[in-house]
Write a protein that binds this ligand. Structure first.
Ligand code: B16
Ligand code: MG
Length: 217
């Protein structure tokens, strides 16, 4: 069967997770909310709006919609400052090699990201042309762990969910892939991503034999 290779963006293709963290931490500091790297795991793969709610819940802060909107804008403006100088050097190890390999093998490739900033990041890192379909936070209404973003990507590639392979760094994203009946591959720490079918620390740990198995499987 025809396969679909679906990549998450933040934390899988580029290390923007650290920029999201720094931008949120700035807001949290201003609100006197303790926000650590451990708390940040909860935000990975989660939409901007939901991320703010999680931070406010951590600090037991209730806020008006007006304040929330203000902080959401502030957070994104801060985040965007980290993207200004972004180029291909910020691609995570092994990403480009895998994209090139899949292209050579004529495998359909899609992006499935919660981020509304996904498209400019693909352009800046020079990898937009590898993707046959791009689905991001502008296209979906339901955030991960809802599988909507991955199901939409598979559909655009004319591939069945069970023939789709998802690369994810977040717990919510791995759950979304599993709920969507797709093969989940966790990129990161096994202790965090234990719900994934396969787990690798990064793309350099994946060999071509494994990819060939996925293509044939
Ligand atoms: P934005 P992904 C997600 O992207 C991030 O993991 C998450 O931390 C972020 O809050 C979300 O995108 C929304 O991003 O504020 O740029 O719209 O991991 O699904 O590629
Ligand atoms: Mg991610």
């Amino acid at each position: 069967n025809k396969k679909a290779f679906i990549f998450d963006l933040d934390g899988v293709i580029v290390d923007t997770a650290k920029y999201h963290f720094l931008a949120w931490q700035k807001i949290a500091n201003e609100l006197d909310i303790d926000f650590t790297l451990e708390h940040n795991e909860l935000l990975k793969g989660v939409s901007r709006v939901r991320s703010l709610d999680i931070i406010l819940e951590l600090g037991k802060v209730t806020a008006s919609q007006e304040d929330k909107n203000k902080w959401l804008i502030q957070k994104n403006e801060e985040y965007l400052t980290y993207l200004v100088d972004m180029d291909q050097s910020e691609l995570l190890p092994g990403v480009l090699t895998l994209l090139q390999y899949l292209k050579e093998k004529n495998q359909p490739i899609a992006l499935g990201s919660a981020s509304k900033n996904a498209r400019p990041i693909l352009e800046k890192t020079g990898i937009r042309h590898y993707f046959d379909a791009v689905v991001d936070g502008n296209d979906v209404t339901n955030a991960k762990p809802d599988p909507e973003v991955f199901l939409m990507a598979a559909k655009l590639l004319n591939t069945k969910p069970e023939d789709s392979i998802v690369f994810e760094d977040s717990v919510a994203g791995v759950q979304a892939a599993n709920i969507g009946n797709m093969t989940s591959i966790g990129i990161g720490e096994a202790s965090t991503l234990h719900e994934a079918k396969y787990i690798f620390t990064d793309f350099t740990a994946i060999d071509t034999a494994f990819i060939e198995e996925l293509i044939k499987g």
